[in-house]
Design a protein around this ligand. Structure first.
Ligand SMILES: NC(=O)c1ccc[n+]([C@@H]2O[C@H](COP(=O)([O-])OP(=O)(O)OC[C@H]3O[C@@H](n4cnc5c(N)ncnc54)[C@H](OP(=O)(O)O)[C@@H]3O)[C@@H](O)[C@H]2O)c1
Length: 352
């Protein structure tokens, strides 16, 4: 049966692929957009990704405004949505706590409130670092009683973006539990381009890494042979988000969207370098040393890196057995992640 969905972040990378996947299957979607006048151009982009423009509509809304700046008429228009996919987030390595909190935490709570008021399910995009409990504890997150966490201290350690993603997750979860709302959370690893076309948007963290490597600005590989940057291809992620968003059995569940076949960081960089026809760095640099260097004013610009990005390079081996079982249940095939990496590099290289 075709469903009607509400989606925030539809103009973003994951959002575009989710809209293509939803409309390809005949589901309709209303987008909450800061600039709804951009819908026609976005709808064309979604058609190029294999979706259907005729099933898309948009209303004006801003996560950082009280009441999402949704008019009463638009609130009525979106009230029929069966599922609210909340993908929007403010991303950047230099966000202040206040900026990140306003959009990523207060905004997410407003979306949760909307979902509860209209009786919709909510699908929240979290992040894979939420599945690394040792990392959360090292940042000061109280996993037993998250409401007791000193969030300002977490933001100081993790930075605005990561701090706000963590706080948003725990606060939205508490809000939905308190109001008997139906919540499912998908935690994506760093998102790789489409496994065949390589389609990726320029602002994406992986696209930045590819750009740095292509420009010959990656002097050494952060970490050791045990370090990796877990990935998931955007096409697999979109299909997984759609499937769990419609699956009643996933209410109350957290789903880790991470491809366990991602190579270690050294092999990942070599794979990309071969496509880009540049030489891959041969040496590793220890993460604590790199972190210390990046604290020196001017160094992030000089090293084309940011200390906040280092948290995503890990040695942890994640348990993906539950996701593997879901993929089998929904008949989703994991694309070859090495091929997705190569396709992403080719896609960006062809576009300069
Ligand atoms: N990409 C990754 O590697 C990755 C990894 C783990 C988790 N995630 C999470 O997955 C989700 C989707 O990521 P993405 O990479 O697709 O994001 P993205 O490409 O950066 O897009 C962000 C989206 O958020 C919207 N947005 C930002 N501020 C807004 C505001 N104040 N009001 C309304 N909309 C606003 C943007 O709309 P405009 O067009 O108006 O700017 C855009 O559609 C995010 O929650 C992200 O944290 C991403």
């Amino acid at each position: 049966m075709h469903k009607h969905c509400l989606i925030t972040g539809g103009s973003g990378f994951v959002g575009q692929h989710l809209l293509a996947a939803l409309t390809r299957q005949g589901h309709s979607a209303t987008l909450l957009m800061r600039e709804p006048q951009r819908l026609p151009a976005l709808a064309q982009a979604i058609e190029r990704l294999g979706g259907r423009a005729d099933l898309l509509s948009a209303v004006g809304a801003d996560l950082s405004s009280p009441g999402l700046a949704l008019s009463a008429a638009d609130r009525e228009k979106v009230s029929e949505a069966g599922v609210v996919f909340h993908l929007a987030a403010l991303f950047g390595w230099n966000l202040t706590t206040a900026q990140a909190r306003q959009v990523n935490v207060t905004g997410a709570l407003q979306v949760a409130e909307l979902a509860v008021q209209q009786g919709s399910r909510m699908l929240l995009a979290g992040g894979f670092m939420l599945a690394n409990h040792a990392h959360l504890q090292s940042l000061g997150v109280d996993l037993q009683q998250p409401e007791r966490t000193d969030w300002d201290a977490v933001y100081r350690r993790a930075g605005g973006y990561e701090g706000s993603k963590l706080e948003a997750y725990f606060r939205v979860r508490a809000y939905m539990a308190q109001h008997q709302g139906a919540l499912t959370v998908v935690h994506p690893a760093t998102v790789c381009g489409h496994s065949r076309s390589g389609h990726i948007l320029p602002g994406q963290p992986l696209a930045s890494l590819i750009g740095t490597l292509a420009a010959g600005q990656l002097g050494a590989i952060p970490g050791s042979a045990k370090h990796w940057l877990p990935l998931v291809s955007v096409d697999f992620l979109a299909e997984l988000i759609m499937a769990v968003g419609f699956d009643e059995q996933q209410v109350g569940q957290d789903v880790l969207a991470l491809d366990a076949a991602t190579p270690n960081l050294r092999a990942l960089v070599q794979e990309l370098a071969a496509v880009l026809k540049v030489s891959a760095p041969r040496w590793h640099i220890a993460i604590p040393l790199l972190r210390a260097l990046l604290k020196i004013p001017g160094m992030p610009r000089l090293l084309h890196s940011d200390a906040q990005a280092l948290d995503f390079i890990q040695t942890k081996v994640f348990d993906t057995s539950a996701t593997q079982a879901l993929a089998r249940r929904y008949q989703l095939t994991w694309p070859d992640i090495n091929e997705a990496l190569r396709a992403s590099a080719r896609y960006l290289m062809e576009r300069g």
